[in-house]
Design a protein. Structure first.
Lengths: 336, 336, 336, 336, 336, 336
């Protein structure tokens, strides 16, 4: 069975227990995650093979990170173990009107210092049917951007579907190039993109037409016009009540048609990190297993809703569990 | 002071901490519980003496289970320590739209392999005024069903009140006999039963009359007609919002009259396991301490509502705490 | 920079984890707090220097308590280490309709047995611009009441602002004098008081005028008439939904004008202990940093709302975090 | 089967985890124990029925303490629930050359404030064959001393064996009477005493004869001469290497004959609290189950050695486990 | 690179924390292990590819067990997910003179109920150069014995080296056949066996010749005479001081020559489970990477010594770490 | 009372619990320490005022680090909060023959990027009588070396005693200059140095004379000859048995005389990090409080021995506790 391949940085996440603040913590919970690797791991749990490509320091910390994704069943054979440190971040989990807060410590990581030639994409993608990347990866270093470019080119050459979560984070772009210069070429090679109106404006200067009935549709049309390889634009719309109460719906613009799901209510939120990653992994799964965009989109959004109840970055749910939600079982009945 | 006697299996419950999934857990929380023993333990905390009759493997695991109920103050002197293993189950606690999930590992337990003649019910019930059992017990093995039968007969002979939570679980009946064949004789010996419309249909083929104003009343009338020993039929009605948000009311059909309480809102739910057991224990207590069915039913439902805020299977609340809720103190004010 | 000085008892707080009841706990979480010291510590986190004056047993337990407040950055140099024991209390954290419950074990503490002459208030307040105390302190012992009296007199003598949270707790007054006899003289020396209608009635026999449009205003006017040193009366109004869901607004009566904030919704509540202490510390900060009472009051109420999301007695938030809430960011967005 | 009855205070023990010091601890481990109750609980685990008589505050803390001993299977029906607080102590566990350290906070406990007339010893001892007490109990308060006196008198009247661990702790005697005045009368009523040469000197002014070959024998002879009811004097001899490495032997002087065991080596020590209590409980068991003093003494010493490997105050071992050690199995082989 | 393939049951191991006894535990530590799978996992950590073949229930418990070995990097693709339950055991960790104690609960596991035909050994071993099994596997069920037989035959057919740890456990053989009947045929197919004098006597009636200078050599010679396929007999000799202090040496009889290592001292022992598995995995590694039996044996014994300092069943050490010990670095110097 | 001032980096230390390896850990224990700050904190616990000078990122992580030392009572007012990240390291705690292992992640820390002009040493040292630094600080960056130089010069100018732990770590010197070039000038300004024969050889090319009776004396004489400001050379000699068993003695060469203590045996070792820091802090304390070098050295060595039983980097012991050891109480008797 062919694989979905993801490429990007995996970081150590260190969180005080419960809702503690950092100086209160005498222990920190450790998990590992990354916006792209999370997609691969979620896909394995849904039942689709996935491989992740990354770079780790060759020490106990790097091994621990890789081991965490091996445990998910992700094929890690193309990962490189070179460099000094693993990127990491501290997460204080908020509650109610206090938002969660992240302190990053990710510069000079092994991944940031990777060399593009360490990755032979034709070989890596030999057994793949899909490549997924996020906008975080080219933001990390020029080399990471180059490796992303190489991967996309190889995928196009091999006829593999390419998806991206454009995920613009202004603060990340520190190595001298701007997202606005780097991203267009990369996005141009994609078939499926996760992109909100805000991302489209920030990255490509695309603004919904004034008076547009549906801003997402207007943005999507312009995006596809600019990047004709793109066939599908998807995103979630959030009606956030508080750090503990989220409502999300899925949106898709495919073949000139707009699709949306109803809102899923998540109260309380157990862990919102990786909510977007679970959406795109659900959509990739849905694409392969359902006949209609509506079904794929509902699957993706239900998967993302479920993720908000799962601790850690990775969506640890089976396809059957997502389908249970899709079928309208929203009251969390005890299953024996 | 005379005892309430309960009979049934006590299992080890193993739960990942918080809302973790099983493969995430490096530790599991251990508690012990059983649908009938929980009733006895809750009664002791409310202030009524109780004894439990069960069967445990004669090893550290069985001792630990028995010790947990001794700690509650339950009289465990009639328990038998023979056999190989304690039944156990794994509980993943859900949140919001993800329901909790149980994986049972209870076959071939010491309790399942008990021999009815190990229990001298006349002696066991010598000091009792009430016998309580649940529909789980006769589902475990033919021997367990026989011991239940023996216990009920002895109780009737001794003029002791008998209550049952009929609690039908299709998957449990694996030993060759069907609930529909076994349960009627047992239920026929009861004075008080917890039974929902669903249970009555599944077990006795009783369906509310078409067009009945109140399906619970219609069911109860038929149930009493079929089993004339039954004087009181009670149940809770749930309006579940999510795995984290529950609403319950109590219902009773007693002497031809229907009683119900208003809804109690529980948000968040701390632990829903044992919610039904706390209802019947509250009702037994209420019966003995209040003049009216309305009071007893309100006490029972308030007790069950409180249970949803208590970790573990057993309702660790005093009668005064339940009465505080009964008196309308529903906003959880800090008590100094 | 001049200090805010607080005076009062710091206790050890022992809580079962999560929502466990005391007999379920094999470990207890330890924190340290006191209604006055919490104010000082919160002020340091907001950015204002503070010193606390108290009395601790000269053993590892007393040292641990003092160390906890040193960690917050509170100046503890005027604390006295003499006596036998640290007061302590057990806190069972409730949920939903089950309220939290405190069992005190605070009698005969080192603080209760302090001697007023151990504290040279002129020296202690030399570097102070504000003195804050609570109605708990004079309730503990005659000596503690006397020391409070001494402190207030010194503050008046030195021209330092004095604030009090009158905080009446009937059960605490056990040493032979009554709050109604002791408090008036102390409150007479204050510029700012936290006082609810209930407190004013219990302590001073002040009842809102019949038919008053605003009971808080009516009470405040009478309070100021009786104690003309008082310039500002403040309080929070709570619309408690459950142990897990709180709504609060701030109220102030200053220079003949009534001010109030809108309601802040906190759901879920992480820890409600110290909610009032964070309100007054926010108000002290607000007074010094904002031009208007409305701003100071909003800051105070936002600070108190945030406190409900923080574990432990002390409000571990920065001024910037409170201002983020003041600016209307109430949905708890993730901050990277 | 007749019971061993013990009388004394049960305290809450609060320990930082592992070898942490108190100010480092964000959680404290909670266990409950008392020098006499530990004997009763250990006897139940060995297989002999026991009841404990004590006094607890009527709150969640007192209930938790009682529940802990109910869990061991100790009959707690004669305990009284009155008073304000449970005595407690903080234990920092040492290692190697750093000794463990206890900070007591036990004054004014419910037990200290008991009233002797609350205990009807004839009724309590009706079903007993043995009464055990320790020298800690009469040290707590005059009332506790009086109740001990009453218990011993009743036991003598009823022909019940009485044992005591004289356990002299100078610091404890704070209520105005001295051990040297109180203890002789109490010890005069005992059949079996645990007493070291140091205790005998401190309490009774008994010093081994100069040049005595065996100081324990010399002391024992004088002790028996002074208190002719005493038939057996026992003690352990410790060759402590460090906080983590203990060596103990048992000694007994019975019917004019001296007995001793070889040394048992315990390295590492898991928990040394209750080592003496496990010795006397082992001796009580041994007396009833073995023909010779040597066997009883070896059983007692082996039980005490095992206790050093058990966490908490109570010796959680079966008679079979002690006999396994008695049989010379000292290398801790894995048992499957 | 070719794989080492192992076959056998993986169980869940549930341990109270530290040295607690089972009834003291409110949480249990969960790890997963099995005598054969541990060998594969250790080999991966040493740097050699390994695959494990087993059978798991198709539920969250089975997935968790498989995931634990996937995390180690073991190839789990040939595992079968069918059946009801995962075998499990409870481990109380002893200390000093109290041995660790295991309570098994492994009957009727998914592995015990496997069907031999589920495993196509020619395919499974296609990429293998070594097959390892233990005497536990054929003890579990007739089917498991048959599958072992099939695997060995296939290995012989394919020219793959076969090793076994004969590991006789009398209590395990419950399905009607005896080890003495089943094992000879299986052992006859092996090239390398771990076998002690005790095992050889119990299983094959081989006793060292009377007066033999070296009982291990005498046993090995007879074993090889009886099973001529065997080229190498290895074992460890233990001089156990206590549950906390172990001393081990390695022994090998290869090509008519006896080899032994010096003793390795382990004090304290962190975890002794899997000590034998780490020995054989070290020997397999040593065989492939060193020129001499002495080096291989020293590597194996050093690996086993290190295992005693590692928590859990699996030896989480690299080849470099073992070589550091081999080089005589036995004082545990801090490595920066 | 005048302060001891220390200067250097404080790092976050992240350790798996117990003896777990990093990939096994789902939580990491967090503590904070630094070779110089540990000295200051230990001095405060011994009873001498201390201030630490350092540099922290201005985020929650930096605040947490500073707060940890504020809790110890260290004056942190001269610390600077600027920069991006806190240096950190991962510590796997070994046992027996497996040594502990550190993975550093400290490059580009806020401290490494400090600017020397941020520190006004004349002001900082205004209230100081002693300055202490370690050889780690000038190894971190050229700027850190320059700030150390500035501090020493100011101290000399102000007539303040200067001590250094030369502590050579080859791997740390990465910024382009060599220890051999930088250290001599710095050490030339010291009165007291901790220096072993190995350090002296590595840093200054000083080798004990061939045939010297006492290599430490020979080294010390040459060191003093080269750096005539040095009056006292001290060090510990270790006879390490294993990661769990340490033996240390103290050595001093003062005024031409050699002093040494007997060996202190530590078994088990709880935490060896900071053992050297506790030695120098003990020596500073001893210098000020004892008349003789022998006493000061014994105090220092006893303090260091005690540190090995304390969790974390900082020696949490009082002077009385050290004196208890000095007095020969080495068996770790329980203190009540």
């Amino acid at each position: 069975m062919k694989q979905v391949v993801t490429f990007g940085e995996i970081m150590m996440r260190l969180s005080p227990p419960l809702n503690y603040r950092l100086p209160q913590a005498s222990t920190l919970e450790v998990t590992y995650g990354g916006g792209d690797a999370n997609v691969g791991a979620a896909l394995v749990h849904l039942g689709m093979p996935a491989a992740h490509v990354g770079c780790f320091p060759d020490n106990a910390v790097g091994q621990a990170a890789a081991q965490a994704f091996r445990a998910h069943g992700v094929d890690m054979q193309h990962c490189v173990f070179r460099g000094e440190r693993l990127g990491l971040y501290f997460l204080e989990v908020g509650a109610s009107l206090r938002g969660s807060r992240i302190v990053y410590d990710r510069y000079n990581s092994a991944f940031a210092n990777l060399q593009p030639e360490w990755f032979n994409w034709d070989e890596i993608l030999e057994n793949a049917h899909w490549l997924h990347w996020t906008g975080i990866t080219p933001a990390i270093s020029a080399a990471a951007a180059q490796a992303t470019r190489d991967a996309i080119r190889a995928a196009r050459r091999l006829g593999i579907t390419v998806s991206a979560d454009v995920n613009y984070r202004r603060n990340l772009w520190q190595y001298g190039q701007q997202a606005q210069d780097v991203m267009p070429e990369l996005v141009a090679g994609c078939d499926v993109v996760v992109c909100t109106e805000g991302d489209a404006d920030d990255l490509f200067g695309i603004k919904p037409e004034v008076g547009a009935e549906n801003s997402f549709v207007s943005m999507s049309e312009q995006l596809i016009a600019q990047f004709p390889q793109i066939k599908q634009v998807i995103a979630t719309r959030r009606k956030t009540r508080s750090a503990s109460h989220e409502r999300i719906r899925g949106m898709a613009y495919v073949d000139g048609t707009y699709h949306q799901t109803s809102y899923f209510d998540i109260n309380p939120v157990v862990d919102r990190i990786g909510g977007g990653d679970s959406f795109i992994s659900g959509y990739i799964y849905g694409q392969q297993h359902y006949a209609t965009t509506d079904e794929a989109l509902t699957f993706a959004t239900a998967a993302s809703a479920l993720k908000h109840t799962i601790h850690g970055d990775v969506n640890l749910v089976t396809a059957a569990e997502v389908e249970h939600i899709m079928a309208g079982n929203l009251t969390g009945r005890l299953l024996r």
